[in-house]
Every structure is written in C-alpha cells, then in structure tokens.
Design a protein around this ligand. Structure first.
Ligand code: SF4
Ligand code: SF4
Length: 696
C-alpha cells in the first residue's frame, strides 16, 4: 500500500515537472488587451463582424485588422469602450445601417398573379418575381424574417421599413434579399457611391448634378422630420442654405409631377428644411470616418474646394484649405450679390463644414506666389486638390476695351462689392452678357445707384443661359434688354472716359455647336446708346500662368485655354497626386455642378490615397442636365394619369418697386412658411424608377 502511494507521488511529481517544462516550451503569449476587448463586445458570438466569434473579433481589433466598431451588436457604446482600452479616439467608428432602396410596395404594378410560397426568394425563382419593375421589392419579407434584431417590418405601403434604433447593421437582410434592395452601408460607402444605371432613381434624383436623394428628403419634410431631411441633403451637398437660394434647380425640369400640373418646387423645400435646422438650432450629428493618417491640401476655398474638404474629412482624411481671399466661398461669396445670397447665410454653411474638425484653413495666401507644389509636398501633404476657380474675364473683342475709362470686368465689379468696396459708377450702365453673372451685374448696378441699366445680348432672351427667375427679376427691377446686338465700338470724350457704345443689330442664322442659332451682324445697322460704364460679363477663365514656369513641378500640368486638364471621372491630373475640380477644370458651370465635382474629386483622392481602383463603375449613370439626356431608359415618361391637379407654391419675394427691393441689398427671395412647405412636400409623388404615388 505504502509502495503504491510512493509510486503515485513520484509519478505526480515527475508529471508536474514535465508539465511545467512543457508550459515554458510551448508557451504562447496572448496580448492581455484581447481579454479586455472581448469584455467590451456583445458576447453574442453571432459572426456579424465577419469573424468566427467574439474572441477572434477581439484579436483582430487588437491586431489592427478590424475597426474598433467591428462589433455591430455592441454598437457605438461598445466601440467607445474598445477605443478606451486601446487608447484610440473614441467615436472613431461609422454606424452601419440597413436601407431599403425600393419604395414601390403595393403601388408597384404586377405583371402576373403569383400564388406560390410566401417568400421573396421562392417568388424570385419564377421570372424574377411578379412585379412589373424588374428591380422592385417583392414584398414577402424574406429580409424581415432574416433580421434577428426585430429591426424590420413590412410597412403599411407594402415595402420593408427599417427601425434605425434597432438595426445593428449585421447584414442578414442584405443577404436574404434576392433583388439587392436591402443595402447595409456606412456613411463613407454612401459618400463614395455614384448614381448607377441599376439604382432605383427618381427622374429628379437622376438629374441633380450633385445626385441628392430628393424623394427621400422631401418625404422627411412631409413627416416633419426636417433634421433628417437636412442630413439626407448633407450626404451629397454641404452648402444647402446657399444652393437653396441660388440653385437653378435642373432637377425640377425632370420632375414627373410636371406631366400632371407643375414640377414640385424642390429647391424651395431644400431651402425651407435647411433654414429650419439653423433657425431652430437643431442638433445634427454628421458622422466622420476613423482617421486615415493622410493629409490633403486644397488650394482654393470656393464651392468645389469646400465640398471636397467636407467629404475628404468625412472619409477620415486631414485637410487644409489655402485661400487667396479673406473669405471662403469663391464666386458665390465674391460673385453673387448679397440680395441673392447673404454673406451671413453662406457663412453658416461654411461654419458647419469647418465645425467637423480636422479641417485647417489659411487665408490670404496665393498659389504660385506664397506656396507651390514643392512646399506642399515638403509640408507632408499626400495629395493636392486645385480648385482655384476662374477669376479672369474673357474679352468682348471690342477695340480698346482695356484702355477706355469706365469699362469694367464683371469679376472685378462683383468682387469689389463682395469686399465691401464697390466701384463708383455713373447713371447709365451697360452690361454685355446673358448669363447669371451678367444678371448679377445688372441688378447690382440698380442698387449702386444707376438710373438706366441696359443688358446687351447677341441673341434673344429665349437663348439666354441665365436662370429664368433672374431674367424676370431684372425686368421687375426696370432693366432694359437690348437683344440681337453686337457691340463694336466705344465712344469716349477727350479724356478717354466712356460716353457710349455703338452696336450692330443681329439676325439669327444657323445653329452653332451649342445648338443655339448663331447671331449674324447686319451691315449698316449701327446704333448708339449713351452709357457711363460698360461691364464685361461674357465669361471667365482661369489664371493658370504659373503652369508655364519651366523646371517647376507644376509645369507638368496640362492646361487648355487656362483650364487645368484632368480625368473627368477621377479628377486626377498629369501629376498623380494633383487633382482639380470646379471652374478651373473646365468652363465655369452651375454651383450645384461644382458641388458634384467636389464629391467626385474627394472620391478620386480617397481611392488614390487608399490604393484602391480609382475608375468609376462601368454602369455609372451619366446624365446631362442641360440637354436632359442620359437618363435610365424607360424612366422619363411622356404622360401620367390619375393625378389630381394642384398647382405649386409661389416663390415669396420682396414686393417689386419698393425702396427695399430696388435700393437696398436686402434678400429678395424669401423662405416659404412651414404650412406652404408641407403643402408642397405633399405634392411630391415619391417617385422611383417606374412607379409613383398617384394619390399625392
Ligand atoms: S420603381 Fe422603384 S419603388 Fe417602384 S417597384 Fe421599382 S424599385 Fe421599387
Ligand atoms: S414628384 Fe417628387 S420624386 Fe417625383 S420627380 Fe418630382 S420631386 Fe422627384
């Protein structure tokens, strides 16, 4: 018995020693932070993070292979705890949420009656489902059944409704939907997404150059969710207060409601909800992706530069804007007069962008004078976006236009007003041009004290590129249109001061490349009008003379008529780390087009920095709003039926002819009331590709 006990004791001792040695030999060190991070996760072992369980997820987070917010079930609170364990910035996580991209439901017509199993995947097996719309929701709720968090239900209109509070972004619904309608995305994914031919897009949304989800924000307005409407706009356009005032709204030209009565007053609704957010100091949280460690320099703080700065920051990059003038906004600060866009309103948009944090600014510095590409690269910037605008004026080709006293380029005329130092003018002013800049010069001249103001234009009013509302406003303010004229000669006094302009009358000939009929001067039709000032408003060009300096990095940029050439999809120039957007990359265009270009440039830079494929998806939707072409086939109808006629709301404005309207810089167009906004929002038919709400 004793022997057996001694044997057991000896065996135990030997085993203990061997195990001790083995534990030293085969010891695998585990980072103690993995256990701490595991404690911060939800403990559900659901695999929604993409790893085999919570332990594997924690190990990936500690190894830097997964985001601090990888555990979608633990949510933002869990991410903050993980960030604290790892000593990282709290909040460095973007929320993943599910979105339903089809609003057809019961209203979407069916091509046959399906009597099979009550399941989308089963229904899909039969001719891709019974819905007439090839990409529409089938409505049997496979996504609802797949959601383990009770965040989805088929709503009263027959399509899935997401409860954002309950959705953890696990992606189960996305996997269950046979039509790709449920999409789980984070804000960065949505910022980088461009309109595709396969998307479910209303005609207005297809046409907007900034690709704003118009039906969605109008739907939020209908539900009095004004902050949500504003946030929807901010996923595409960070200048909503400004565009709400001055955008010529090409989207309205494509509005399906116009086939029944009038287009929805989309831009007035944008202005209303954006004003509401600021007037009510609503707390809106704009998500920013985790820091990438990259730094981007933006040269020029105009609309495109501000937009790119905003989206690059939201994508996690550090940004610095270098601006030549004292204020941000470029042509919309220094070109658009106060009565159309008050500086304080633009300032609120700019402040919201800069309040994101991570955007540094420097004003009063000029590219090519105070800094250059070499100094930016030396300063640690990984990419440069040039958005220097087009501030030089185009010539009217009238002899001595640079010498005659009283002839003023529009850019100088408007910039001096923007700087609070308007140029002195006489009682009679002529402005040559038919675009919005010309309209701004005309209306400003009235406010600066001119008694007689002429608009000289070589075609007819019908061909003018200016917004119709601006032309109408000019008429209301007493401006005289002298159309079909070609100014040929300045008349001056002995001291070279302008006294008048001689012009030839035109006739319209054959259409030119723009599709408009060309003006042809009529010999012997010389006519004179007396004027004290003549303002050149026939176009602007970019001052890119710095690119001519040989031996500098910037001389590798390609320029054409002043514009700095780029790939229009990626915005990359001949120098891989240099990008351009806005007016300096092509002929000056609409503010909303500059905003769209700013987001595209931000996408190009982001892809370049992250080493991702920069090319646009092949099925990208490319709509030309000027020609109203390029829309998804079958979505631009000729007629619609069954809609009760309800005219659209009027644009409220200061009373024409009043002192305040004619002689002050008070804002002329006003914001609609909440009652009017709701009335207008209810006219929107919440269209999609092919279906729309006939009861709107
Ligand atoms: S048109 Fe749009 S909303 Fe209508 S069924 Fe198709 S995808 Fe759905
Ligand atoms: S009715 Fe509404 S959704 Fe339809 S095109 Fe017009 S604004 Fe867009």
């Amino acid at each position: 018995m004793l022997e057996a006990l001694l044997l057991m004791l000896a065996l135990g001792s030997v085993s203990g020693v061997l195990l001790g040695i083995a534990s030293k030999v085969f010891y695998v060190w585990e980072d103690p932070r993995i256990a701490l991070v595991t404690d911060c996760l939800a403990g559900a072992n659901c695999g929604g993070c993409g790893y085999t369980g919570c332990g594997a997820c924690a190990a990936a987070i500690v190894a830097g292979q997964a985001d601090v917010g990888a555990c979608i079930v633990a949510g933002a609170g869990g991410a903050a705890k993980v960030a604290a364990v790892l000593g990282l910035e709290a909040g460095a996580a973007e929320p993943l949420t599910s979105q339903n991209t089809c609003t057809g439901g019961f209203r979407a017509p069916e091509k046959f009656s399906y009597m099979g199993v009550n399941d989308c995947r089963a229904a899909y097996l039969l001719y891709a489902g019974a819905k007439d719309c090839a990409v529409g929701c089938l409505g049997f709720g496979s996504c609802v059944k797949a959601c383990l968090f009770g965040a989805l239900e088929i709503g009263p209109e027959g399509f899935p409704v997401v409860d954002a509070e309950k959705c953890v972004g696990c992606g189960a619904c996305e996997k269950a939907c046979p039509k790709g309608i449920m999409q789980v995305t984070k804000p960065s994914d949505r910022i980088l997404h461009m309109n595709l031919v396969d998307d479910r897009l209303a005609p207005c949304r297809q046409t907007c150059p900034a690709e704003i989800n118009i039906p969605k924000y109008i739907h939020h307005i209908k539900n009095k969710e004004y902050d949500q409407a504003y946030l929807t706009i901010m996923e595409r356009n960070p200048l909503p207060l400004s565009t709400g005032r001055v955008c010529p709204h090409p989207c309205e030209d494509a509005c399906r409601r116009a086939l029944a009565d009038d287009p929805v007053s989309i831009n007035q609704l944008k202005r209303f909800c954006s004003d509401w957010v600021f007037d009510n100091a609503a707390q809106v949280k704009i998500p920013v992706a985790p820091d990438t460690g990259y730094k981007v320099a933006i040269v020029g703080g105009g609309p495109s530069g501000l937009t790119a700065a905003y989206f690059l920051r939201r994508l996690g990059h550090q940004v610095k804007i270098f601006e030549w003038l004292p204020e941000f906004g470029g042509m919309i600060y220094y070109g658009i007069p106060e009565y159309r866009l008050p500086k304080a309103i633009l300032g609120k948009d700019v402040k919201r962008i800069l309040d994101l944090g991570g955007i540094d600014v420097k004003t009063g510095v000029k590219f090519g004078v105070d800094f250059d590409l070499e100094s930016l690269v030396g300063g640690g910037f990984d990419a440069v976006l040039m958005t220097i605008g087009a501030m030089n004026h185009a010539s009217a080709r009238i002899p001595d236009e640079d010498k005659v006293k009283g002839v003023i380029p529009a850019t100088t005329y408007l910039r001096r007003q923007g700087l609070g130092d308007p140029m002195p003018i006489g009682k009679k002013v002529g402005v040559i041009g038919g675009g919005n800049v010309a309209m701004d010069c005309l209306r400003s001249s009235i406010r600066l004290g001119a008694e007689k103001v002429y608009c000289l234009y070589r075609r007819t009013i019908k061909e003018m590129p200016a917004n119709q509302v601006e032309i109408e406003a000019c008429k209301h303010e007493g401006i005289e249109f002298v159309t079909l004229c070609t100014p040929t000669k300045f008349l001056t006094d002995d001291e070279g001061n302008l006294t008048g302009i001689e012009y030839l009358k035109n006739e319209l000939g054959e259409p030119d490349a723009s599709g408009r009929r060309s003006p042809v001067a009529v010999k012997g039709s010389e006519t004179v009008i007396e004027i004290d000032n003549f303002i050149l408003a026939i176009g602007q060009t970019t001052d890119s003379a710095f690119a001519d300096e040989e031996g500098t990095a910037v001389s590798r940029l390609e320029t054409k008529w002043g514009a700095i050439m780029n790939d229009p999809d990626t915005h990359q120039t001949a120098i891989p780390y240099v990008f351009t957007s806005g007016d300096c990359a092509g002929p000056p265009g609409l503010l909303v087009a500059a905003i769209g270009a700013g987001r595209r440039a931000a996408r190009g830079i982001h892809k370049y920095l992250m080493g991702e494929d920069m090319a646009m998806p092949e099925n990208r939707l490319r709509v030309d709003p000027r020609r109203m072409s390029g829309h998804i086939p079958g979505t631009m109808f000729k007629s619609i039926e069954g809609i009760e006629k309800k005219g659209r709301i009027e644009q409220p404005e200061l009373e024409p002819g009043t002192y305040e309207r004619q002689h002050t810089y008070a804002e002329v167009d006003l914001t609609v009331t909440e009652e009017e906004a709701l009335k207008e929002a209810n006219r929107c038919m919440h269209c999609c590709l092919t279906c729309y709400d006939k009861d709107a």
